[in-house]
Design a binder for this molecule. Structure first.
Ligand code: ADP
Ligand code: MG
Length: 464
């Protein structure tokens, strides 16, 4: 006999089959593992029970492997205690239902009334869901940085404060920063976590001066439990904001709050940084992220390939891993092009096909750097729009699609951060840019016209 109602201690994802036995199971588990492990790993397993078999669904492959590795025995024991020896235990993987509130821009259709307030607290809305630890592949090049990030998420303000992560564009700094935010919020739901790009910090500051609300600004940034500041190199050469950040830093640090900072360079190469701030950056833990070695690149591709509609042979993944070495964003872009082509044409993914689709990336085709205005101009022209159209407010189709493609191409062809890309499109938010990129990726899989346009633009941009 099973009842169907969600129970305490489990996220309500609609139909969760539960029972006396499941309650017993959770009790046993909670007595066996730390509260942190319970919240992070066990509580997120979704159970179903058919009378003979208890199936535990993990949100990702990584999650599953972690759970089986670290807690497999406890789980078996708890299953035995709660369900008895007749019942089989089974694991499975699946995405949890997308129950997370999205930022305003995401879900609103043009016919929907304007919401009067953001649907989610800001601290959640500004984090990017895709960027969590379970989607982060750990390898030699990022092992230390990711371990430090996890430690900070688990015990904010304790051991590594500040944590300073530096490395070139496209190597996972923003991903790790978001992952810390998610993880900390999952473990400490009441905690205030603030992710902010350095650009946003600066604009917030300027606006607060203009509106004579500097006190509000100070409260906002000096009382948060975790401050995640992305791309601090943006402050370089800007004295006033460096001064302001110095005070923010001190105030957080003195009250034992966690600070995590990323930068595309080592603090010693932030030339205008005063020594007092530079030395503070080095107080805690300084770690870099290196370009991924070929095993890690392959592991990242395999992880991404799991989500593709059709299987991708290993030699194709190896080919891509060999093609792109110093930027994970480009690595993902190359895979997207291959899977999109396969799903559009129905053609089986093979090495010759991948070589054809990615021919402009082969050695000998090194491209000149293009900048965002060039990309925007070319994309606008391909649709018969002007750059002003793309920067303007209208969200009508097909203009909106054209704008999304331009954002996608900016991400693929430049090192610009999401907020910087947004700035080129009439100050759009970085979550809007993120959404656009994901949207184009998925539309490319089903819409031949969009795929062709993106490919043609991509190739012509490389040939400039
Ligand atoms: P950065 O901020 O250093 O420029 P990002 O964090 O934006 O880089 O990463 C670029 C892309 O590569 C993102 O889509 C991110 O999810 C992905 N990525 C980076 N490192 C990893 C990793 N170790 N495992 C999986 N994906 C990664
Ligand atoms: Mg970044």
């Amino acid at each position: 006999m099973t009842q169907t109602h969600p129970i305490d201690g489990l996220p309500d994802r609609g139909q969760i089959v539960t029972s006396e036995q499941w309650l017993r199971f959770t009790e046993v588990m909670q007595s066996q593992v730390t509260p942190g492990a319970w919240q992070t790993w066990i509580q997120r397993l979704e159970p179903s029970f058919d009378g003979q078999r208890l199936t535990l669904r993990a949100p990702s492959d990584f999650h599953l492997r972690w759970v089986m590795d670290k807690h497999g025995q406890h789980i078996e024991q708890a299953c035995l205690t709660a369900y008895g020896s007749e019942v089989e235990l089974e694991y499975t993987i699946g995405e949890p239902s997308d129950d997370e509130p999205l930022p305003m821009e995401y879900g609103r259709r043009s016919t929907d009334p304007l919401p009067t307030a953001p649907p989610a607290p800001e601290r959640v809305a500004r984090l990017v869901r895709k960027y969590r630890f379970e989607n982060f592949v750990v390898g030699q090049s990022n092992r230390f940085a990711s371990a430090a990030a996890m430690a900070v998420a688990e015990q904010p303000g304790r051991n590594y404060n500040p944590l300073f992560i530096h490395g070139n564009a496209g190597l996972g700094k923003t991903h790790l920063l978001n992952a810390i935010g998610y993880q900390a919020l999952e473990m400490y739901p009441g905690m205030e976590v603030r992710y902010v790009t350095s650009e946003t910090f600066l604009t917030d500051f300027i606006n607060s001066i203009r509106r004579k609300k500097t006190d509000e600004f100070k409260t906002r940034y000096r009382t948060t439990d975790i401050l995640l500041l992305d791309d601090v190199q943006f402050f370089d050469g800007k004295e006033q904001i460096l001064e302001e950040f110095f005070h923010t830093f001190n105030s957080l640090y003195e009250s034992g709050k966690q600070i995590v900072i990323t930068s595309d360079r080592h603090p010693r190469n932030l030339v205008t940084l005063e020594d007092r701030l530079r030395s503070r950056f080095e107080w805690g833990l300084l770690t870099d992220i290196q370009p991924p070695d070929v095993e890690t690149r392959l592991a990242i591709l395999r992880r991404n390939a799991e989500y593709a509609a059709m299987p991708i042979p290993l030699d194709v993944l190896e080919f891509i891993a060999g093609l792109v070495s110093d930027n994970i964003r480009e690595l993902e872009g190359a895979l997207t092009r291959v899977t999109a082509f396969a799903s559009l044409t129905g053609e089986h993914t093979s090495l010759p096909m991948a070589e054809r689709v990615l021919q402009d990336m082969l050695p000998g085709h090194e491209s000149k750097a293009v900048n965002a205005p060039e990309i925007i101009a070319a994309t606008a022209a391909a649709w018969g729009y002007t750059m002003d159209d793309l920067e303007g407010p209208s969200r009508k189709q097909p203009l909106a699609r054209c704008r999304q493609v331009a954002m996608y191409l900016c991400r693929e062809h430049t090192d610009l951060s999401l907020p910087k890309i947004g700035a080129h499109f009439g100050s759009r938010d970085h979550t809007t840019v993120m959404h656009a990129i994901e949207k184009v990726k998925s539309v490319m899989q089903t819409d031949r016209e969009v795929f062709d346009r993106v490919s043609e633009l991509s190739q012509s941009l490389r040939k400039r």
